[in-house]
Design a protein around this ligand. Structure first.
Ligand code: THU
Length: 159
């Protein structure tokens, strides 16, 4: 038997002002679009902003549905729009923010499993690691690459 430890590295910042300038801009965009989410069922408003290799920023927010599984998370709304409209441009970074009752979440927001898998696909497609910025009132986390969010993932390698 062999045991392997998988390490992930998370950089934590106390507030948005501590982030590098480009991350600040992206996170501000993610924060801005949370207020436009359509989330009448959960009341949980998520915003995502994606920075493309060509410098374009694309945003998205969660879109819920009365038939719950028909809704979509903010991250995938933003990423899929980016990939649909800029199919030749890699995604460099994604910032994710979330608010309840208009107030930034206290605990740092983490993407769901489905969004992690979608991020992994995009990263593999463009062969460029995606920088991930996760918002929260007390700690903003920055991760380099989806491997840190989804180790041991399924991918096209198996197909
Ligand atoms: N949600 C996101 O937009 N992103 C995530 O990574 C987690 C959850 C949304 C889906 C749903 O509209 C609401 O948050 C509550 O789950």
């Amino acid at each position: 038997m062999k045991t392997t430890e998988i390490r992930i590295v998370v950089h934590e910042y106390e507030n948005i002002g501590e982030l590098p300038e480009a991350d600040q801009v992206l996170l501000q965009e993610a924060r801005r679009v949370t207020s436009m989410a359509y989330a009448p069922y959960s009341g949980f408003h998520v915003g995502a902003a994606v920075l493309l290799g060509n410098g374009t920023i694309v945003t998205g927010n969660n879109q819920e549905n009365s038939a719950y599984p028909s809704g979509l998370c903010a991250e995938r709304v933003a990423m899929f729009y980016a990939n649909a409209n800029y199919p030749d441009s890699e995604i460099k970074s994604i910032a994710i923010s979330a608010a309840k009752d208009g107030i930034l979440v206290s605990e740092t927001v983490k993407p769901c499993g489905g969004c992690r898998q979608a991020l992994a696909e995009t990263e593999m497609r463009f062969e460029t690691p995606i920088r991930i910025i996760l918002d929260g009132q007390h700690s903003i986390m920055v991760l380099h690459g989806v491997e840190s969010l989804l180790p041991l993932s399924f991918s096209k390698k198996y197909l």
